[in-house]
Design a protein around this ligand. Structure first.
Ligand SMILES: OC[C@H]1O[C@H](O[C@H]2O[C@H](CO)[C@@H](O)[C@H](O)[C@H]2O)[C@H](O)[C@@H](O)[C@@H]1O
Length: 562
């Protein structure tokens, strides 16, 4: 049973009346249509044809049975008369910098079959490119979609809007496709969110204003600058990066631990500004919370769920005290390895960009911040015996009392792919002795399978767990191994990349689609689990295939089938 009966504390952003109304519609839809093929997100993605009060009045006037339910015919009629279809406000727009075969595209991919497939994956950018319709700018109050002025690239299927961390791998792929303007436009859109909200939202919808996602904006700017040398772009991006850094290092996101040497170490955690059901999954969250009896326990769980979504790993045994019980979610009680790796990289990127744009004071300040975080990560996360960085629990597993004095037993010794993500940062991968230790640890971790790196070793039924493998995680670890310059690490990286490319290819041939996650146990199999069916498209998977093919090429005689 959940050991913690915690009360909720922390900030809560306001809920726009449009969202409250669409959540009512979502619940009615579940009651009317039933749970087969039901996706709660669809209803919060609808836009209004008339103003909210007219729509609400018509909804309240729908004939109800004695049990209060609405008939299928009446609800169908209401939805067609009062709403535009989900996603219609994002109109298909071919990116101006797309060409069917860019000059100098993947020169090291020699195998003709792989080359042809790579060109098909490249062509998928056309399917995923949209622009926000004028109607959203003219009448924002009718839409949950946020108006973004530059063209967008979406992950695909139910993910009809821009996502924060997905955009990093979309951009990595666009750079391979030589679509620099599209890549810059994505960053410019995300910066406009920082200007308005102070951070990059989980996604570009009004119901995502309560949280962010793994912070990779600076990494997007860095990658684009490295490829294009565009100094103006670097300069105009910098203020937003500083603002975002402050978001992750203040308030509830910041935690200070007294380490074993008696030094204070400051790190960051995920912490959503929300203690209600996630609007896009409101009916699911209410169901999950229904076993809890009191309102403040529910609020606490809702915050943990929204914070779980902020991690990008929604959901995973990584954030649960008991892997088979989602009500034991304790996201805010954990200091995560990967988040701090991303922020360390952010500090290094800011220092780099400040330096090239001539702001030496900011550069020096951020190099210091990076050094402090590196030491904090060594002191709080590093486990010498395991050769991994481990998430750290700040709250006691039995009483749930927060304790900010470091104890070894609060390191989470379960193996997750995130334990290897610091390897992607130069501060760590430039130390060859360390790299070899971590490489060996990864090799024997049990995470490496026939078709890639598993997310964890626990099959919880949640999507960020075994046996699912996700493109962003493959890429971060592979890139870390490659960047070290060690021969052994590079050959391990290549081996993982080849498995990943093959499984993507075989699944594509079988299903005609790229998907968001794969099953690492069997080459060519799709991933599953979690709260929605596996989605096609798919932004980050396409990006990672293209990035891997650029990094490793594909020799003529290497087979692509598994
Ligand atoms: O609707 C449920 C959740 O869906 C999103 O999460 C998943 O898809 C995202 C887009 O590919 C991806 O960034 C995330 O890592 C996935 O877990 C959304 O981000 C969640 O906030 C949302 O609750």
């Amino acid at each position: 049973s959940p050991m913690c009966s915690q009360t909720d504390s922390g900030p809560v952003v306001p809920t726009p009346p449009l969202i409250t109304f669409l959540e009512r519609l979502q619940l009615t839809a579940l009651n009317t249509y039933g749970s087969t093929n039901y996706d709660p997100k669809l209803y919060v993605d609808l836009s209004l044809k008339h103003n909210l009060s007219t729509t609400q009045l018509a909804f309240d006037n729908l004939p109800k049975s004695s049990t209060g339910s609405v008939s299928v015919a009446d609800l169908n009629g209401f939805i067609t008369s009062y709403f535009n279809g989900a996603g219609e406000e994002l109109v298909y727009a071919e990116p101006p910098d797309f060409v069917p075969e860019p000059e100098g595209f993947l020169p090291a991919v020699e195998n003709p079959v792989v080359r042809e497939w790579a060109l098909e994956v490249h062509k998928l950018w056309k399917n995923l490119s949209r622009r926000v319709d004028e109607g959203v700018f003219e009448h924002p109050e009718l839409h949950t979609l946020l108006p973004l002025s530059k063209p967008v690239v979406v992950p695909g299927s139910r993910f009809r809007e821009v996502y924060y961390w997905d955009s990093y791998w979309v951009i990595r792929g666009l750079l391979v496709s030589k679509m620099y303007d599209t890549a810059k436009g994505i960053v410019s859109n995300l910066i406009s969110l920082v200007d308005e909200f102070g951070f990059v939202l989980n996604g570009a919808r009004k119901y995502y204003t309560n949280r962010s996602q793994p912070p990779l904006l600076s990494a997007m700017v860095y990658e684009i600058y490295s490829r294009t040398g565009d100094m103006d772009f670097a300069k105009t991006s910098l203020p937003a990066l500083l603002k975002e850094h402050n978001f992750w290092n203040s308030g509830f996101h910041s935690v200070t631990i007294l380490d074993a040497e008696g030094c204070n170490r400051t790190l960051s955690r995920y912490y959503a500004m929300w203690n209600k059901p996630r609007p896009e999954s409101s009916t699911i969250d209410m169901e999950t919370a229904s076993v809890l009896s009191n309102a403040s326990e529910k609020q606490h769980l809702y915050r943990e769920l929204a914070s779980g979504a902020e991690t990008g790993w929604d959901f995973s045994s990584r954030w649960m005290r008991n892997a088979s019980d989602l009500t034991t979610l304790a996201t805010t009680s954990i200091i995560p390895v990967d988040l701090n790796a991303y922020i360390l990289q952010m500090e290094l990127n800011i220092a780099f960009l400040a330096n090239v744009t001539g702001d030496k004071i900011t550069a020096a300040h951020f190099l210091e911040a990076a050094e402090a975080r590196k030491q904090a990560m060594n002191s709080v996360f590093w486990n010498e015996e395991m050769g991994q960085w481990l998430d750290y629990w700040i709250s006691d597993k039995t009483t749930c009392k927060d304790d900010y004095t470091w104890v070894a037993s609060n390191q989470n010794r379960n193996i997750f792919a995130s334990n290897f993500i610091p390897l992607s940062i130069e501060s760590f991968n430039s130390d060859l002795e360390l790299v070899e230790k971590v490489r060996q640890s990864l090799q024997k971790s049990g995470l490496i399978h026939a078709a890639g790196i598993a997310t964890s070793l626990t099959n919880s039924g949640q999507q960020w767990d075994f046996p699912n493998g996700w493109a962003p995680i493959q890429h971060l670890i592979v890139e870390g191994l490659v960047s070290s310059g060690s021969k052994k690490a590079k050959s391990m990286a290549e081996d993982i990349a080849v498995r990943w490319i093959r499984t993507n290819y075989v699944a594509y041939k079988k299903t005609k689609a790229m998907v968001e996650k794969y099953d690492v146990e069997k080459c060519g199999e799709l991933g599953g689990g979690g709260e929605y069916v596996t989605q096609t498209g798919f932004g980050w998977s396409n990006g990672v295939v293209l990035a891997f093919l650029e990094e490793f090429g594909w020799p003529k005689d290497l087979k692509i089938d598994c």
